[in-house]
Design a protein around this ligand. Sequence first.
Ligand SMILES: Cc1cc2nc3c(=O)[nH]c(=O)nc-3n(C[C@H](O)[C@H](O)[C@H](O)COP(=O)(O)O)c2cc1C
Ligand code: SF4
Length: 418
Amino acid sequence: MQETRIALRFVGQYDTACVNEYCALGGYSGLRKALAMDKNAIIQEVNASGLRGCGGAGFPVGRKWEMVAAAEGGNKFVVCNADEGEPATNKDRVIMAGDPHSLIEGMAIAGYVVGASKGYIYLRYEYPYIFPVLENAIRDARAAGFLGDHIFGSDFSFDISVVSGGGAYVCGEETALLESIEGKRGEPRFKPPYPGTSGLYGCPTLINNVESLVTIPPIVLNGGAWYESFGLGEHHGTKIFTLSGNLVNRGVFEFPRGTNLRQLIYEVGGGCPGGRQLQGVQTGGASGNIINANMIDIPLDIDDCSAAGATFGAGDIMVFDDSKDVLEIVENLMEFFSHESCGKCTPCREGNTRLLQLIRKIRNGEGTLADLDTLEDLSETMMDCSLCGLGQASPSPVVSTLRNFRNDYLSKIEGGLK
Ligand SMILES: Cc1cc2nc3c(=O)[nH]c(=O)nc-3n(C[C@H](O)[C@H](O)[C@H](O)COP(=O)(O)O)c2cc1C
Ligand code: SF4
């Protein structure tokens, strides 16, 4: 299967230490064009593209830009979420290491449209080697006049700083990220107000993922309809997928939205190595649903995944073969969430630990059928009552495996079905 590279178009195509090479590929011509355009016309093109946020929640990018552009406030900010703490996601680091200038260009266009003069890239703490790549690219862009005062001789001035992440998964949540930039402990805020009206230092703030932002320059250059047309059928544009786990070919690949999950697993991933059978797939990251091998005929996009009982998230696809213990996978995931819960709210702080204890009890052969009901009840409470997306989504591996791998639980429970 041939990739359709739009977000990944320039990765590996130029020397990141040479801004002229980026310009030779057409780099910064999207920014030049944008600065000559009406801001609303750019928003219309982004809306027409159908681009949805690539960080996990899938909020339409154009609508978010519209809201921040309309928000009242003297200072506004653009923040790039480059925290990429999701264990099965590696796409943003590939973009930033291989094509930092597209991110700078996308942020500058965003700044022009929403009326911001300052941007921050919140870079995952565990990506220290990307820090100098971004810093050098920003310095070179500034020296070439693509950042700084009066860009391309216009009234628009914009600059970017890189901020190191806090080293915690929750810091990828947009309001925890803002707290962290402000030098506070990275804990989510109550919403509303949303960052679009009251974000960094209380000012209107646009927060977008790396992949969302690098997709902007080609949309400005070629138009929203051009980008939209790459999606299969009713789907819009493309998405980067991270393939990991028991696959022959793993890595980061970009395909049209609506590409079938089965095709991706077998035609791109090459299926499970060593002739093993596919047992299941976790889609959408650590807090995504785990589906079984019979459920993989799904067009990959946000709504189709949720209708099929899967999760789209940031496009993560973690495959496991028939040698793996499903409950061991769930235990690992719940260990991760117990560790990463920031502790600010009770359902998540206590709930993740309790889910972990119950999974361990069942794995040790000490579980009861009543424990399965407790797992379900507790998960429902966490999903309904947790303050942020971490606690709202972290029970998904438990809930989905209770549904799709129930016999794996029952076979470990005394008195259950064998
Ligand atoms: C626990 C948690 C972790 C998150 N981590 C990330 C992340 O690492 N990167 C990211 O872009 N979005 C992450 N998000 C989503 C952000 O809150 C936000 O929706 C996103 O940055 C918006 O950008 P987008 O609209 O371009 O997707 C996370 C959300 C939650 C609840
Ligand atoms: S849901 Fe979890 S991570 Fe989010 S605020 Fe509550 S305790 Fe913190």
